[in-house]
Write a protein that binds this ligand. Sequence first.
Ligand SMILES: [Zn+2]
Length: 59
Amino acid sequence: MAVPKRRHSKSRTAKRKANWLNIPKPNIMECPQCHEPKMSHRVCPSCGFYKNREVIEVE
Ligand SMILES: [Zn+2]
């Protein structure tokens, strides 16, 4: 197997890892139907509404 010719410097590795901080936090929005926090672009888990209509049945 090929082996890297030069290893990355500590600072280069640290700079890459610094970007992990601002990666994927899921976008939490307030549901317009029941005002519960929900992930945007997802069906609301508490009322089952998406785009002002019921998409899934929720107990
Ligand atoms: Zn809802």
